[in-house]
Ligand binder design. Structure first.
Ligand code: NAP
Ligand code: MG
Length: 535
C-alpha cells in the first residue's frame, strides 16, 4: 500500500479526497519493546562505526570535494566528530544553481506520475532505513530515540503525502465555467530552480518535506542544510540516489548560511526559496530575495516558516494533571528545541499555585543524559545554543522566580536541565523572545479572557493550546487564539502530516501549511489554456 501508483492508473482523474483517502501517517516505534530497543541499539552501533568520514557536495550528479572542510559534532560529546563537510563558498553556490538550471530543462518535462514515483520510492527507502536514519540524528543533534524516530517518520509522511498531492494537481480537472465555443483548461507547471534552506531541529523531516514538495512539483533544487546537521542531510542524498532520482534534480551544498546560503537566495536564476528557521534569518531572506538583480525575469517566491513563542493556557476548570503533563511534554521534549515547543504556560490565578506545583513535580523527574543510551532528554544542539539559552536563564533569574533547574553544565556536553520560571510578567523578555531551549516561563492571569489576551500578545503565532472543560471557553479559544495550530486539551507539539497541517501566522511564517492539501501550490504556477472549437 506504500505506493498508490502501483495499483491504479496514476493519471486517472480523481478528487483530492480520493487521492488522500488511504493516506495514513507512519506509526512510531515503541522502544519499551525489547525487540525494538535491540534494533535501535544495533542501528546506533552501525552508525557509530561510520562516524568521522569526509563527505562531498553533490552538484549536477557529481560528488564535489573541497580542500576546506568543517566538522559536524556530537552535542553530548563535542570531541566526537560526526563527519567532515566541504565549506562551500559563493563559487560552489554559483555552480549548483547552474547545474540545477540545466537539469530543470529535462525534469520539467517528466510526467507528474513519474516524478511522484521517485518520491514514493524515496519514502520506501526511508521506511527500510528508518532506524539507521534515526540513529544518525541521535548522534548528530542529540535527539532521543523517540524524537529521532518521529523525525524519520515525518520525512516519510511528507514524501508519501506530497507525491499523492502531485497526482492530484498533475491530472485532476480544474473546474471551470462552460464557455462555448471553447475548450478551457488549467494546468500546473513547476516554477524552476529553488533554494531549500532547512533548520537543524527537524533535520531530516523538514529538509525532506521542503525538498520533496519542490521536486515532485517538477522543480530542481539546491539544498543548503544547517551547519549543525550535515550528516543527516547527506543521508537524504543517499536516499534519493537509491530512489533513482536523475542527476541535477537534487543538488546539495554545505557551508555557512551567511555565505553560500546568501548566494543561493540572491542568485538571479533562483526562482523560489523554501526556508525554515529563525525569524531573523527569515526576514533577511525575504528582504534580499525581493531585490531584482540583473538578468532576473521574475519576482522570487518565498516560503518561510519561522519561530514561535507558543503558549498553553490553563483555565480554572481544566484537568490539571492532564494540563501539567501536556505542558511538560511540550516544553521539554527535544530539549525545548521545537518551533512548536511550549515556552509559556499562562495559568489563571485560582489554580496557579496548584498548577505550578504539579508542573515542577513532574519535571523534577526528568534528568538529561545520554540519548545514545536511551535518555528521554539530551543536550542542546551546539555551543552557541548553549550560550544563548544560558543567557536567557540569567535574564529569567531577574525577571521571575526560578522554581526548577537553572544550572547549565557544559563540562562534558551541552547539557541544560529543564528550567522553570514562575511569576513571569507578560511583557518580560521571557514572554516575548523565542529561547529555543528547555526553559518554561509561567505567567499568572486574572481570568481566562486575560490569559488569552496574554497568549496573543506576541509577534509570533505558531502553536497554542488551551486546557479547559468548558465548551464556551473552547469556542472562545477557537475564535480568539490567533495561532496556525491550535490544540484543545492536548499538548502543542507533535503535528502529523495530513492530520494537522502545520504552519503559523504573523512572524511565525508565510501562512503556509506543511503537510496540508494546499502546500504543493506554493511550488507550482497555473497556466490557463483556452482553445476555440472549430466547426
Ligand atoms: P537559523 O539559524 O535561522 O538557520 C536556518 C537555516 O538558514 C540554516 O540552514 C542556516 O545555515 C541558514 N542560514 C543562516 N543564515 C542565513 C542567511 N543569511 N541566508 C541564507 N541562509 C541562512 O535557524 P536554526 O537555528 O537552524 O533553527 C531554529 C529556528 O527554526 C527556530 O527559530 C525555530 O522556531 C525555527 N523553526 C520553525 C519551524 C516552523 O515550521 N515554523 C520548524 C522548525 C524550526 P547555517 O546553519 O549554516 O547558519
Ligand atoms: Mg552537531
Amino acid at each position: 500500500m506504500a505506493n498508490p501508483t502501483m495499483t491504479a492508473d496514476p493519471a486517472a482523474p480523481s478528487t483530492l479526497a480520493e487521492r488522500l483517502a488511504d493516506f495514513q501517517p507512519e506509526t512510531y516505534y515503541d522502544f519499551n519493546d525489547p525487540d525494538a530497543a535491540a534494533q535501535m541499539r544495533a542501528a546506533l552501533e552501525q552508525v557509530e562505526s561510520e562516524l568521522g568520514r569526509t563527505y562531498p557536495n553533490r552538484i549536477g550528479g557529481k560528488d564535489v570535494t573541497m580542500d576546506e572542510t568543517y566538522a559536524s559534532t556530537n552535542p553530548a560529546n563535542p570531541k566526537q566528530v560526526i563527519g567532515h563537510f566541504p565549506r562551500g563558498d559563493e563559487a560552489v553556490g554559483e555552480r549548483a544553481v547552474e547545474a540545477a538550471s540545466k537539469a530543470f530543462e529535462d525534469w520539467k518535462r517528466v510526467s507528474p506520475a513519474e516524478r511522484a514515483d521517485y518520491v514514493f520510492k524515496a519514502a520506501d527507502v526511508m521506511r527500510r532505513r528508518r532506524l539507521e536514519l534515526a540513529a544518525w540524528m541521535v548522534y548528530e543533534v542529540g535527539k532521543s530515540w523517540g524524537e529521532a524516530d518521529g523525525d524519520v517518520a515525518e520525512a516519510i509522511d511528507f514524501c508519501d503525502y506530497y507525491a499523492r498531492l502531485m497526482l492530484h494537481y498533475g491530472y485532476d480537472e480544474y473546474p471551470l465555467a462552460e464557455h462555448e465555443p471553447e475548450d478551457n483548461q488549467v494546468v500546473y507547471l513547476p516554477l524552476g530552480v529553488g533554494a531549500i534552506i532547512p533548520p537543524w531541529n527537524f533535520p531530516l523531516a523538514i529538509l525532506a518535506g521542503m525538498a520533496s514538495a519542490a521536486i515532485v512539483s517538477g522543480n530542481t533544487v539546491i539544498i543548503k542544510p544547517a551547519s549543525e546537521s550535515m550528516a543527516i542531510a547527506w543521508k537524504f542524498v543517499e536516499v534519493m540516489d537509491e530512489a533513482g532520482l536523475p542527476p541535477g534534480v537534487l543538488n546539495l551544498t554545505f557551508g555557512s548560511g551567511s555565505v553560500i546560503g546568501r548566494r543561493l537566495v540572491d542568485h538571479p536564476k533562483t526562482r523560489f526559496v523554501a526556508f525554515t528557521g529563525s525569524k531573523e534569518v527569515g526576514i533577511e531572506i525575504n528582504e534580499r530575495a525581493s531585490e531584482v538583480r540583473p538578468g532576473q525575469i521574475w519576482l522570487k517566491r518565498i516560503v518561510a516558516e519561522m519561530g514561535g513563542k507558543d503558549a498553553i493556557v490553563v483555565a480554572a476548570d481544566a484537568d490539571l494533571d492532564a494540563a501539567a503533563e501536556g505542558v511538560v511534554t511540550s516544553a521539554f521534549g527535544y530539549q525545548g528545541q521545537k518551533c512548536s515547543a511550549c515556552s509559556r504556560a499562562i495559568v489563571v490565578e485560582d489554580v496557579y499555585d496548584d498548577f505550578v506545583g504539579r508542573v515542577v513535580e513532574r519535571t523534577s523527574k526528568i534528568d538529561p543524559g545520554s540519548v545514545v543510551d536511551g535518555a528521554w532528554m539530551g543536550p542542546v544542539v551546539s555551543a552557541s545554543q548553549f550560550r544563548t539559552v544560558s543567557e536567557y536563564i540569567e535574564v529569567g533569574k531577574s525577571e521571575g522566580r526560578l522554581v526548577l533547574g537553572g544550572e547549565p553544565d557544559d563540562s562534558t556536553g551541552f547539557f541544560i536541565p529543564p528550567t522553570i520560571f514562575a511569576d513571569i510578567e507578560p511583557n518580560a523578555r521571557l514572554s516575548k523572545e523565542e529561547i529555543f531551549g528547555p526553559v518554561l516561563a509561567i505567567t499568572k492571569a486574572r481570568d481566562y479572557d486575560h490569559a488569552l489576551e496574554i497568549a496573543n500578545d506576541t509577534d509570533f503565532g505558531l502553536t497554542g493550546a488551551v486546557y479547559t472543560t468548558d465548551e464556551q471557553k473552547i469556542a472562545q479559544a477557537e475564535e480568539e487564539f490567533h495561532v496556525g495550530n491550535l490544540y484543545i486539551n492536548r499538548k502543542c507539539t507533535g503535528a502529523l502530516v495530513g492530520v494537522h497541517p502545520f504552519g503559523g501566522f504573523n512572524m511565525s511564517g508565510t501562512d503556509s501549511k506543511a503537510g496540508g492539501r494546499d502546500y504543493l501550490l506554493l511550488f507550482l504556477q497555473p497556466k490557463t489554456i483556452a482553445r476555440q472549437k472549430t466547426a
